[in-house]
Design a protein around this ligand. Structure first.
Ligand SMILES: NCc1[nH]cc(CCC(=O)O)c1CC(=O)O
Length: 357
């Protein structure tokens, strides 16, 4: 008798689309029925600027409450919206393969960041994007906007905005890549920690073996390691999702002298190199700190193969735990903290007014 797995989601089109993909994948992998549960969140209700909503995780709390109250079994979040702090009683059951994490420009007249006319009005609600826009093009008039992806795209029109900056991943999931006029170079516009990745959150100690197996199959260790490094950096800087901080990590096969081994795919390759690029920008764009670091990761030791084995975040650090080899996961987090420390030494805290809220 197959059980029904209840999947909680926000009601926005993007959230529904993302949840739909995850629900389909879990149902297929686990051989159970799924039911979509709509959860209203504070972030959908409030209309103030994202920068003034206060604190992190406005989109997340209601979904987490629904999980903890047993109104759903699985919650799907955009990973970049997840606070880096503790989530007692919950674990990250899966990070599905990440989409292209880059930000994109959606402009009138096919404009790019270079060809936008002087003084062009560019909309974004993100201090990270605003600051990097100002750093790249001090002449731009950056306009604070809010609303879902469609609302923002509609504002690109004569007499209103000349362009908006959005996550490519969101547009891809909504089938709106037609609106993109430029994929922004991460060296100029570094994306947010976790951007383009989804978080599939469950209660700690999942007991349903079908759900546990489906989560394990959906999980992508390379994506999980990358976001672990990015989030450790953000957490160590005590920067929330509204801070002018970008972080992007990638996992590559370790360089080798053996040409045959150089071809080996990432999964099962002898070892990897995790590279993390980060930026902290002054809100007015007048100064930015860009730093990179990398670390070698030993070959994977698959010791944890099911979320049922994962304790409920015992240290209460809000770490992403799950299917990844704990040693590789710890190394990814160390990379993030080390780079954060380097940025703090270079004056990041004063630059971006980081610190506890
Ligand atoms: N903060 C809103 C949000 N959360 C996740 C995405 C896009 C999808 C993603 O990054 O995974 C967006 C919209 C945007 O930034 O354009």
């Amino acid at each position: 008798m197959p059980s029904t797995v209840r999947i909680g989601t926000r009601a926005s089109t993007l959230a529904l689309t993302q949840t739909g993909h995850v629900a389909d994948a879990l149902a297929r992998l686990g051989g159970f029925d799924v039911e979509i549960v709509h959860v209203r969140t504070e972030g959908d209700r409030l209309t103030g600027s994202l920068a003034t909503l206060g604190g992190t995780g406005v989109f997340v709390t209601a979904l987490r409450d629904a999980l903890l109250d047993d109104r759903c079994d699985v919650a799907v979040h955009s990973l970049k919206d997840l606070p880096t702090g503790p989530a007692e009683g919950l674990v990250l059951g899966a990070v599905p393969p990440r989409e292209d994490p880059r930000d994109v420009l959606c402009a009138r007249e096919g404009w790019t960041l270079t060809t936008l006319p002087p003084g062009a009005r560019v909309g974004t609600g993100s201090p990270r994007r605003a600051a990097q826009l100002r750093a790249a093009r001090p002449d731009l008039d950056v306009v604070d906007i809010r609303g879902n992806v469609d609302t923002r795209l509609r504002r690109v029109a004569p007499g209103d905005l000349d362009a908006v900056v959005l996550a490519r991943a969101g547009l891809a999931r909504l089938g709106r890549l037609d609106a993109v006029t430029q994929e922004l170079d991460p060296a100029v516009m570094t994306s947010a920690a976790g951007q383009g990745a989804l978080a599939v959150e469950v209660r700690a100690g999942v007991t349903d073996p079908q759900l546990a197996a489906a989560l394990a199959a959906l999980d992508d260790p390379a994506s999980r390691l990358a976001v672990a490094a990015e989030r450790a950096l953000l957490g160590h800087l005590e920067a929330g999702c509204a801070a002018p901080v970008g972080a992007l990590a990638r996992l590559d096969a370790a360089p080798t002298d053996d040409p045959a081994a150089a071809d080996s795919r990432l999964d099962g390759a002898p070892g990897h190199v995790l590279t993390l690029d980060a930026v902290v920008v002054r809100t007015d764009g007048s100064q930015q700190l860009r730093r990179s670091a990398r670390t070698a990761l030993a070959p994977e030791q698959p010791t944890v193969d099911s979320v049922t084995d994962v304790p409920a975040d015992p240290r209460g650090t809000g770490r992403l735990v799950g299917h990844v080899d704990p040693e590789r996961h710890a190394a990814a987090e160390t990379l993030g903290r080390t780079l954060a420390e380097e940025l703090l030494d270079a004056g990041a805290a004063g630059l971006a007014e980081l610190g506890p809220r």
